[in-house]
Design a binder for this molecule. Structure first.
Ligand code: KIV
Ligand code: ZN
Length: 505
């Protein structure tokens, strides 16, 4: 058996299904380009039948991205498969990924079909997909709760019908590692044509076991794992790309396998996805959290100074971080030039366009004017802010003024610029932030429902930057906006405007 595990990334499909993680076409393209730099084997670019936007995104990614295979997800229905094929057929290496539920609970309540009907549909639709595309993946949805004998029957039949990859989804994150590993082993020993397809793991993290389950699958013969950057995905998310890739790399001698991922692009991928979706990475997150390579306890610090391997099982360089800069903590001053600034962003794992570097430098100078020292955390917030604002935002803030106090009605005056036009409105609210949001809404006429407003301090101290994240529901979809500033009212206004701009895109 091959000792190479394919990495199938579903950040743009299962990841994007996560409420609030909606991405527009430009953002999806940026993530796809970064996934190509990571050298993943497959990019699942979307669910083409789901919407016109999804279709366009998959088609555009298929047309542009070289290297990885480009997959589109389809239900086992002719119209889905036809649409999926139209979206991916322009790719250098297209893949159709079709799925149909096989567990008793899904058959009884969701599909209202008997097992023999499901088997027939799975075979017919696999044949149809294979008639269009030589590369077909079949997923028996809720496989981990499907009776093993029926699962084996379906797997054998779809391979016979032309499936080249068979994925075994733990759709609801219910499996435990040895049980999921056993299922993979069972299929390898009970499905007679199993060697004609690649077995794949697709694990959700409802019990926090997605990575462990995926590793158990690999240990039992799966040679593809489905992952998402930062573990993004439906509900608690999918198996985190960075965690399984680094687990395989770090414990190669135990697992006996490897991936082809360029791990030095991991940090850049994590940051990009976090910036675009507005989902912050917790500091204690494995591999990509800001504390992942920091040592606090004196005994640990001493150990690391004497010999890094005493307390470090991986090196920061492996994921694209520069260890000296992590140790230093403090970065550039306000007199720093373009080159030093750009290099610093590269060291921190960013792949930005020239325009973004220029805009980030401008923001950095503003912040450096207000703060004595600018830390790495501040730089992350600045880049997040710049990426979230986008190169051509529909609305930008021209002027903002707020009055508030214990005996005053909070009032905000906001002037927004759209193209060459400026519009100014004033509004009162329950508090200064509410007043600002109301003034902005009265200019843009976008009446979304504010679902969440969160503020966090980027660093400590009185002049610390505040980072604001807002989530707005608009026409059944949830949009996120992020912005940072040393003034939290300004950060709130910018985050709200960024969110509305994303709705407009
Ligand atoms: O979780 C799941 O079952 C899925 C399938 C569509 C592969 O995402
Ligand atoms: Zn899934």
């Amino acid at each position: 058996m091959s000792d190479y595990v394919r990495i199938f990334d579903t950040t743009l499909r299962d990841g994007e299904q996560c409420p609030g993680a909606t991405m527009n076409l430009e953002e999806k393209l940026r993530v796809a380009r970064q996934l190509a730099l990571l050298n993943v084997d497959v990019i699942e670019a979307g669910f083409p039948i789901a919407s016109k936007d999804d279709f366009e995104a998959v088609k555009t990614i298929a047309g542009e991205i070289e290297g990885p295979e480009i997959a589109g997800l389809c239900r086992c229905l002719p119209k889905d498969i036809e649409r999926g094929w139209q979206a991916v057929k322009g790719a250098r290496k297209p893949r159709l990924h079709i799925f149909l539920a096989t567990s008793k609970i899904h058959l009884q309540y969701k599909l209202r079909k008997a097992e023999d009907e499901i088997l027939r549909q799975a075979v017919e639709m696999t044949k149809y997909a294979a008639s269009l595309c030589a590369n077909v993946e079949f997923s028996p949805e809720d496989a981990s709760r499907t009776e093993r004998s029926f699962l084996a029957e379906v797997v054998e039949a779809v391979i016979e019908a032309g499936a080249t990859t068979v994925n075994i989804p733990d759709t609801v994150g219910y499996a435990v590692p040895w049980e999921y590993g056993e299922t993979i082993k069972y299929l390898r020993t009970h499905v007679k044509n199993i060697d004609r397809a690649v077995l794949s793991a697709h694990c959700h993290d409802d019990l926090g076991l997605a990575v462990a389950n995926s590793l158990a699958a690999v240990a039992n013969g799966a040679r593809q794992v489905e992952v998402a950057v930062n573990g993004l995905g439906e509900r608690a998310g999918n198996c985190a790309l960075e965690e399984i890739v680094m687990a395989i790399k770090t414990r190669r001698e135990v697992l006996g396998v490897d991936t082809r991922v360029n791990t030095q692009q991991i940090m850049a991928a994590s940051r990009l996805v976090s910036q675009i979706t507005g989902f912050p990475v917790p500091p204690n997150k494995a591999i990509v959290g800001s504390n992942a390579f920091k040592h606090e306890a004196g005994i640990h610090q001493h150990g690391v100074l004497v010999h890094r391997a005493t307390y470090e099982i991986m090196s920061p360089e492996q994921i694209g971080l520069n260890p000296e800069e992590i140790a230093q903590g403090i970065v550039l001053g306000k007199h720093s030039g373009h080159h030093a600034f750009e290099k610093r962003l590269k060291d921190l794992g960013y792949n930005l366009t020239q325009d973004e570097v220029a805009r980030a430098l401008e923001r950095f100078k503003e912040v450096a004017d207000k703060k004595k020292v600018v830390y790495d955390e501040d730089l992350h917030a600045i880049v997040e802010d710049v990426v979230a604002t986008g190169a051509r935002p529909t609305y930008t803030i021209d002027y903002l003024s707020v009055t508030a106090g214990s005996h005053l009605i909070p009032t905000a005056t906001v002037r927004l610029r759209k193209g060459g036009r400026v519009v100014q409105r004033a509004a009162t609210g329950d508090g200064p932030v509410d007043a600002v949001f109301k003034a902005i809404s009265s200019i843009t006429h976008i009446k979304g429902e504010l679902l969440d407003y969160a503020i966090r301090s980027v660093t400590s101290g009185r002049e610390a930057m505040g980072e604001v994240t807002v989530k707005v529901r608009y026409k059944e979809r949830i949009y996120t906006g992020v912005a940072a500033s040393t003034d939290v009212i300004e950060a709130s206004a910018k985050a709200y405007v960024n969110c509305l701009n994303r709705i407009l895109v």
